[in-house]
Design a protein around this ligand. Structure first.
Ligand code: SF4
Length: 392
């Protein structure tokens, strides 16, 4: 909670996510809510976003949000937010102020594709208050970019970073992917080095997940593409940790690395289970202990369908989420905060599991936190299940 001294009213922090579900074309591995070829719906979509913002600025379901909250972070993600006219983004950011005032220095991120940036769009984002840019680079190998179905070249990634610097962005993230079919360890090392050479403040390194129903899954099923086994995937992740650490990027979450002080504040809200409100199709929310989401279908969203599957989390749900999300971070689970929230030490009735995991080199406890080791993070799901199972 932040105390705003001018009013002496305690406000909670709120994060906003706005989904922009439009793309030039579908990447081969993508199962996100993204819809190419729907340019004719851009205007209607942002009209619906405005209507949703209006609704949230008036609703009293959670108390009036403007009285209760200050906006700590805003993330405009997709899809490809940098594809649509910058005016839509400016209008959206401006309208978000109606939900609640922004905290001073709030982090405002726009996600984008290097193939869709222009100096004009970047200047408009800056005017609107965007202070962080997150670019989907994925690879610096032209062959891999083509096989992923990306619309940009390796050269355009560097051009996009240069353009963003010229526009005044001093906080830039690049997303990279590893465990790609046909990607050798050398290619992965080259991608990391190329990203480091661009001098960005933050890097996300995600291993490819072959999602059912994607062209990539069909290629793998037909034997036309082979994905690396778990050992190779782990070796690539360790390569990233070592190379990025040597270049001054600290790993702070399973897939995320930052220069000191440049961690993504928005994503930290997810992992710390802060309140967030998602706007737009497929956007998820956690607000006042309730989870809900908007429809995945663009047409349903355009038809006004909102807030599906709303559930009030039970204490057990909250405990599981807290453990699952906090152990994704290098900081780990705050043991005092756990005891404070749930009324009993985390270790109680988990002594045997904790002992086994410590002896196995998968977790460590120190400085008031339980954290996963590098090896533990490679098998995070299993570690969390073991810790949860002990409490059945
Ligand atoms: S740019 Fe991103 S959201 Fe769009 S199709 Fe590719 S992976 Fe999916």
């Amino acid at each position: 909670m932040n105390i705003h001294s001018s009013f002496l009213i305690p406000h909670s922090s709120l994060s906003l996510y706005v989904h922009v579900p439009f793309c030039v074309r579908k990447c081969a591995y993508c199962d996100f809510a993204s819809f190419p070829g729907r340019e004719a719906d851009w205007g209607r979509y942002f009209d619906e976003i405005m209507a949703e913002i209006r609704l949230w600025s008036e609703t009293t379901d959670f108390g009036l949000l403007s009285e209760k909250y200050r906006i700590k972070t805003l993330f405009i993600g997709g899809g490809t937010p940098t594809l649509v006219d910058a005016g839509y983004i400016e209008k959206t950011i401006d309208a978000c102020r109606r939900i609640a005032p922004f905290e001073p220095g709030a982090e405002i991120t726009a996600e984008g594709n290097p193939g869709t940036l222009t100096p004009g769009k970047l200047a408009a984002y800056r005017r609107a208050g965007v202070n962080r840019l997150s670019l989907g680079a994925q690879s610096f190998d032209e062959g891999l970019l083509r096989s992923l179905g990306r619309i940009h070249t390796a050269g355009q990634i560097g051009e996009a970073v240069t353009m963003a610097r010229e526009a005044g962005f001093d906080n830039i993230n690049l997303d990279l992917m590893y465990a790609l079919p046909g990607q050798g360890m050398d290619q992965w090392a080259d991608a990391l080095d190329a990203a480091i050479a661009l001098g960005v403040e933050h890097l996300s390194a995600y291993s490819l997940i072959v999602e059912p129903g994607t062209p990539m899954a069909a290629r793998v099923a037909l034997g036309a593409a082979t994905v690396p086994d778990d050992d190779a995937v782990n070796a690539m992740q360790r390569q990233a940790i070592a190379r990025l650490d040597a270049a001054g990027y600290r790993r702070y979450e399973i897939s995320n690395y930052a220069r000191p002080g440049r961690e993504c504040r928005h994503n930290l809200v997810y992992w710390n289970r802060g309140d967030y409100l998602g706007l737009g199709c497929a956007a998820h929310s956690l607000l006042g202990g309730r989870r809900f989401h908007n429809p995945e279908s663009l047409d349903d969203y355009l038809a006004g369908v909102r807030r599906q599957d709303e559930v009030r989390l039970t204490l057990r749900d909250e405990m599981e989420e807290t453990l699952m999300l906090s152990t994704r971070t290098v900081r780990g689970l705050d043991l005092a905060a756990w005891e404070n929230a749930y009324g009993a030490p985390f270790e109680r009735r988990r002594e045997a599991a904790i002992g086994r995991l410590e002896r196995g080199g998968l977790i460590e406890i120190g400085g008031g936190h339980l954290r996963l080791t590098t090896r533990g993070m490679e098998v995070q799901d299993a570690v969390v299940l073991e810790l949860l199972g002990e409490n059945e």
